[in-house]
Write a protein that binds this ligand. Structure first.
Ligand SMILES: [Zn+2]
Length: 450
């Protein structure tokens, strides 16, 4: 029989290593993947790939590892302009005395668009191809996501008190519905409800949220059990822990994404196991706000799916998922007292496959598998800090820095080539950030003078 004729692809990428991040595939040496119409083919050994495909272009990456694009499962992109605005404060002081007043003074769709553009540039530069966003003026964020071509789960900000986006919870729900209609055909944007936290959403609003979820069939992402104070306040006001309140409100299931979860007792563990909720771990934000530690290793042992997120740049203070991975791996060992906790490959899975699963995208992205959308990145391990390479996953999690991300593709489209962003003017972004900083500083000085 004659061999199968090669089929046409737009791009063949031949790499020193491929980390497919599929449970049934190991790290592969000298393999290739191809991109055709925004989707992946392969991986194959390089010699076989050359027979199988007829590529318009071949990219050889002799010192690089190819892996799925990273999934930052919790962010407030518009807050990037508040990076370093207020540091070294506990959560409630930081929110009540700094962040919320600054938002009241500055937030409008233009501010959110500028902050989101800065965040997306930083994320693409550092290898993130999907992010979950939760911030005011999500319509403005949707426009910037469309323009820059990153993948996103947009969580609409729902809270009981008035914000620059919605005067109350019900208005937020109505706006969510309108945004769903607007984005339903967008290939890169998915919508989710983003109720802020149990302490800012009353029982009546939880009931309305449940009704809206039945109607719109969207995931929910919410900050839950971020601090011990939050749990104590709920015990005082409701006689139960926040997670139990959400459970009794009928909101917990596999499409509920609980962010932070630094406070977990046995009753919480039973609820997590029964409902199959997704957890989003944000170790650097938790450390910086001294919020507590999520018991990642204990949860992993129970089979709970855990994604990784940076949280916003105002409490991190960057959106670098490589930094976040290393912090997560080290912290898990410190918290559990076990050096075997959260190994490098499991950490990488949190930032790719498990993150995609948490956002309901596990059948589309987060792995380098045939038919998956071509969201992938290349990292150049030919730097002193990553030599020699005994195990690529170890080099990536424990030694690499995000400047070694060389290439990024989202849905097969190049977003970063040889370390340069493709569609974003970096100099213009820096000018914008400086102008926003001057305006915020001026307003703060006026406030202090009064
Ligand atoms: Zn957050």
């Amino acid at each position: 029989m004659p061999p199968d004729a090669p089929f046409d692809v737009e791009l063949l990428i031949e790499a020193r290593w491929v980390l497919p991040m599929s449970e049934d595939l190991p790290t592969l040496a000298d393999h290739a993947v191809a991109i055709r119409a925004g989707r992946l083919l392969g991986p194959w050994p390089i010699a076989i790939a050359r027979q199988r495909v007829n590529a318009q272009r071949v990219l050889r990456l002799d010192h690089h590892a190819l892996l799925p694009g990273l999934v930052n499962a919790h962010n407030h992109a518009g807050m990037s302009l508040m990076r370093g605005f207020a540091d070294d404060l506990p959560l409630m002081t930081w929110l009540n005395e700094h962040i919320w007043p600054a938002e009241a003074a500055h937030i409008n769709p233009g501010f959110v668009a500028d902050g989101t553009r800065l965040a997306i540039a930083e994320m693409l530069r550092s290898g993130t191809t999907t992010f979950a966003d939760m911030y005011l003026a999500p319509e403005a964020a949707a426009d910037v996501i469309g323009e820059t071509g990153i993948r996103s789960q947009l969580c609409t900000p729902l809270i009981d008190f008035p914000t620059p986006w919605a005067e109350d919870f019900g208005t937020g729900l109505a706006r969510t519905e309108a945004l769903v209609a607007r984005c339903q055909d967008h290939p890169l944007i998915g919508l989710a409800f983003g109720p802020h936290a149990p302490y800012t959403v009353g029982d009546d609003s939880l009931k309305r949220l449940r009704e809206a979820r039945e109607r719109l069939d969207l995931p929910i992402q919410m900050h839950v059990h971020e601090t011990a104070d939050e749990v104590e306040q709920s015990l005082r006001e409701h006689g139960k822990r926040p997670l139990r309140r959400l459970f009794e409100a009928g909101l917990l299931d596999a499409r509920f994404q609980a962010v932070h979860m630094t406070q977990i007792d046995d009753e919480d563990l039973a609820i997590i196991a029964e409902t199959g909720i997704q957890l989003v771990h944000c170790p650097q934000s938790n450390l910086k706000l001294a919020s507590g530690f999520c018991p990642v290793e204990r949860l992993r042992a129970m089979g709970v799916n855990i994604a990784l997120g940076t949280d916003g740049a105002a409490s991190n203070n960057d959106l670098d998922m490589f930094d976040e991975m290393r912090c997560a791996a080290l912290l898990a060992k410190g918290v559990s007292g076990d050096a075997a906790a959260l190994p490098a490959m499991a950490t990488l899975a949190m930032a790719t496959r498990d993150g995609a699963h948490a956002l309901g995208l596990g059948k589309r992205v987060g792995q380098l598998r045939e038919g998956y959308e071509a969201d992938l990145i290349a990292v150049d391990l030919d730097e002193l800090n990553t030599q020699p390479v005994h195990h690529p996953a170890s080099a990536i999690v424990y030694a690499m820095n995000s400047r070694q991300v060389s290439h990024v593709w989202v849905a097969g489209r190049p977003k970063l080539v040889e370390g340069e962003l493709c569609d974003i003017d970096v100099q213009e972004l820096k000018r914008m950030a400086a102008a926003r900083q001057r305006a915020m500083s001026h307003t703060r000085q006026q406030g202090e003078a009064q």
